[in-house]
Design a protein around this ligand. Structure first.
Ligand SMILES: Cc1ncc(COP(=O)(O)O)c(C=O)c1O
Length: 453
């Protein structure tokens, strides 16, 4: 078990022994004798099952973007334990949920302790009253019915459920840059090829470039036909919002190609101009679109978890089968309905008082957005988005997003998000989130002014 190594030889630490693969580490314990006494420590041999890893998961690059940012933030905090790190990165809400909403959830929670108020599993599609309230509040006059609404535990889960619905044989398009869940879930379900390092793209995904040059709306004449088109407006990360005219073009493009649009409206309540808040405001959209949305960014429900997806009954597969029927099957198989407490909160959100409270929350974050925009603008940066969204898309031409992210974190202890994490067209940008307490946002802006003055 001892390997004598001459003190003059260049002893290598950690090389695997060729004679016995169970031993790997050679640790020098003494240099006082002529020959060095070495202890060979056993390598941990982990038990392995005979199950092959899902090859699609192996295609994914590094971690999901936001856990990777959290990891870098933790590493930074270890390096600078006394630093006051401010996070305007991940896009998590920070302000308390309005009382009118938590009160309803508390009442529902308390009722669960009574015989009369107890309820177990609810309908997988959600509480009827909540489905009706979502239909009338967000889709009134658009021909969307209660039965078209599927209440869920959030838009992100629904994006994965939709991928399960489509399966591995469809092709898909995304805005570039876009919220990473679309691409990652597409890779996981097996719709894509391998990641191509030279172009920073997965094979078989159509990346629809959205940059300042095209006003953050893709040139559809250059977009290849795909089965599914993920489209988010207001877009995360660019904060840009598609106009009515642009959405009309998108719907026409989908109709011409027989494609299905998955429209992510998670930030629709941040729209304050006349841009559409729902894809279903566009005539003809019900035959070609699904819409997903969420209470996360309106009511601070990122932890409570409540969202919904609209699958109109008019939307049909090529064989005439209703998409909603298959989605219902997916929901009933993979989900047992949103939490009854969260749904009570959702109903409270949609009362007159609740809606007013959500608008106040949205307004608060929009004021943060303005503070961040003014800061970067005063420093001479070109910023985009922000008007109808809680995200500021800041341009650092010619610079690597990760370098900019790292510099801001290192020098002023501020976490942002590197634009390239959202797709190759995000390179040269960072996303600054407006989700933060007012004093944190003001302090972050003070530090940015110091850094870039
Ligand atoms: C565009 C977009 N869609 C969906 C989600 C996820 O929302 P939820 O919290 O409802 O899962 C987010 C969250 O940041 C998002 O930015």
């Amino acid at each position: 078990m001892y390997a004598p190594i001459s003190s003059s030889s260049s002893a290598f630490l950690g090389q695997r022994s060729s004679t016995n693969s169970r031993w790997s580490k050679v640790v020098i314990t003494s240099r006082s004798c002529e020959t060095i006494r070495c202890v060979v420590t056993p390598e941990k041999t982990a038990y392995k099952t005979t199950v092959s890893r899902n090859a699609n998961l192996a295609k994914l690059q590094a971690g999901y973007l936001f856990p990777e940012i959290a990891r870098r933030r933790s590493a930074h905090m270890q390096k600078y334990p006394d630093a006051q790190v401010i996070s305007l990165g991940i896009g998590d809400t920070t302000e308390p949920i309005p009382k009118v909403i938590t009160f309803a959830m508390a009442m529902r929670a308390n009722a669960l302790s009574t015989l009369e108020g107890y309820s177990g599993y609810g309908a997988e599609q959600g509480d009827k009253k909540l489905r009706a309230a979502i239909a009338s509040t967000y889709y009134g006059g658009l021909g969307i019915e209660e039965s078209d609404i599927f209440v869920s535990d959030g838009a992100k889960s629904d994006i994965s459920r939709l991928q399960l619905l489509f399966g591995s044989n469809v092709t898909m398009a995304v805005q570039d840059p876009s919220y990473p869940a679309y691409v990652d879930s597409s890779v996981i379900i097996g719709q894509t090829g391998l990641f191509q390092k030279d172009v920073e793209k997965y094979g078989k995904i159509e990346y629809m470039k959205c940059t300042p040059e095209n006003g953050f709306f893709p040139d559809l004449s250059k977009v290849a036909r795909t089965d599914v088109i993920f489209f988010c407006s207001p877009n995360n990360p660019t904060g840009s919002t598609a106009t009515r005219g642009q959405l009309e073009k998108l719907v026409q493009f989908a109709r011409d190609n027989g494609s299905i649009i998955v429209y992510d409206a998670a930030y629709a309540m941040y729209i304050s101009d006349d841009s559409p808040r729902s894809i279903f405001e566009i005539p003809g959209a019900k035959e070609v679109a699904i819409e997903t949305s969420s209470f996360s960014k309106y009511a601070g429900f990122t932890g409570v978890r409540l969202g919904w997806t609209v699958v109109p009954e008019e939307l049909l597969f090529s064989d005439g089968f209703p998409v909603a029927k298959d989605f219902n099957r997916i929901v009933c198989t993979s989900f047992n309905g949103a939490s009854n407490i969260a749904q009570a909160g959702g109903l409270a959100c949609l009362t007159t008082e609740g809606l007013k409270a959500m608008q106040d929350v949205v307004q608060f974050y929009k004021e943060n957005t303005k503070i961040i925009v003014d800061t970067f603008t005063s420093l001479g940066f070109k910023v985009y988005g922000a008007k109808n969204a809680p995200y500021v898309w800041v341009h650092f031409p010619g610079q690597s997003s990760w370098d900019v992210f790292a510099e801001i974190l290192e020098k002023v202890h501020l976490v942002t998000t590197p634009g390239s994490g959202f797709g190759p067209a995000g390179e040269g940008f960072i996303r600054v989130s407006a989700f933060g307490h007012r004093d944190s946002v003001l302090e972050a802006c003070r530090r940015l002014k110091q850094l870039f003055k």
